[in-house]
Design a protein around this ligand. Structure first.
Ligand SMILES: [Fe+2]
Length: 248
């Protein structure tokens, strides 16, 4: 089975539609690792597209804050302003859709989460954070899994624990394709569709082939100017528009 894995769409309908067009004929299933809304100006359009294509979404910290403002307590001023706008503009039906999302999702060989399997809002960004999660995977805390899919950092990333227990990041090859060794453990982050932070404005996602155990990272160009126009018209913070231009 080929699973298109996306994350952090963040109400960017131009990016989301471009990515859907890209994987349309290549994927049997679509999985979203959270944060359908927040930051950008098209939350209802993104929820609608997610439903129309039958995408399975898990809960992100911005989805959570859109449903309950108490979860925006640690947000920076830009994220907080955007979530206040999002709460005002989301339909009741779409808030209910977000409210029904689950924290984690089980796959045949792995687990999908937003921040980390333990906490929607915590980051797997630094080596000690990756090591802690991989150690818990090795102990079987979440059952017998080799792969954990995560988002939240908005950066494409692979962490690997080898059979001796050594943890290191794995460089993503230029062609984007990596074959997993199923004797080892992996943390895989597809990057972000709607607000990439790899220093590249293109949307990022990957296709995970669960039969060949290959992961193919993709970068997709979308109409950034159109997204910026929507942000400006919605009176959302200018900073949120600027950061899309250089992917930071
Ligand atoms: Fe996010």
């Amino acid at each position: 089975m080929r699973v298109a894995v996306v994350s952090d769409i963040h109400a960017n309908i131009d990016a989301f539609q471009a990515v859907v067009n890209d994987f349309e004929k290549q994927a049997d299933r679509i999985l979203n690792l959270g944060d359908l809304v927040g930051y950008n100006a098209s939350p209802n359009e993104c929820v609608k597209l997610a439903r129309d294509i039958g995408m399975h979404s898990i809960l992100g910290n911005h989805d959570l804050a859109a449903c309950n403002l108490a979860f925006a307590e640690n947000f920076n001023i830009f994220a907080r302003n955007a979530i206040l706008w999002t709460r005002k503009n989301l339909t009741h039906e779409n808030i209910q859709f977000l409210n029904d999302l689950q924290k984690n999702h089980r796959l045949s060989c792995g687990l999908a989460c937003h921040g980390s399997p333990d906490d929607t809002s915590s980051y797997i960004s630094l080596p000690f954070q990756a090591r802690a999660t991989l150690k818990r995977m090795r102990k079987g805390i979440w059952g017998q899994i080799n792969v954990c899919l995560f988002g939240h950092t908005h950066k494409r990333k692979i962490w690997r624990m080898d059979v001796r227990g050594k943890v290191a990041p794995v460089e993503i090859p230029l062609d984007g394709m990596i074959r997993l060794n199923m004797d080892e453990l992996y943390l895989l982050n597809p990057g972000s569709v709607g607000q990439p932070r790899n220093g590249d404005s293109r949307s990022s996602y990957f296709i995970f082939d669960t039969e060949t155990n290959t992961v193919s990272f993709k970068l997709v160009k979308y109409n950034v100017a159109s997204t910026i126009k929507k942000i400006t018209e919605a009176n959302l913070p200018e900073f949120l528009a600027k950061r899309l231009l250089d992917g930071t």
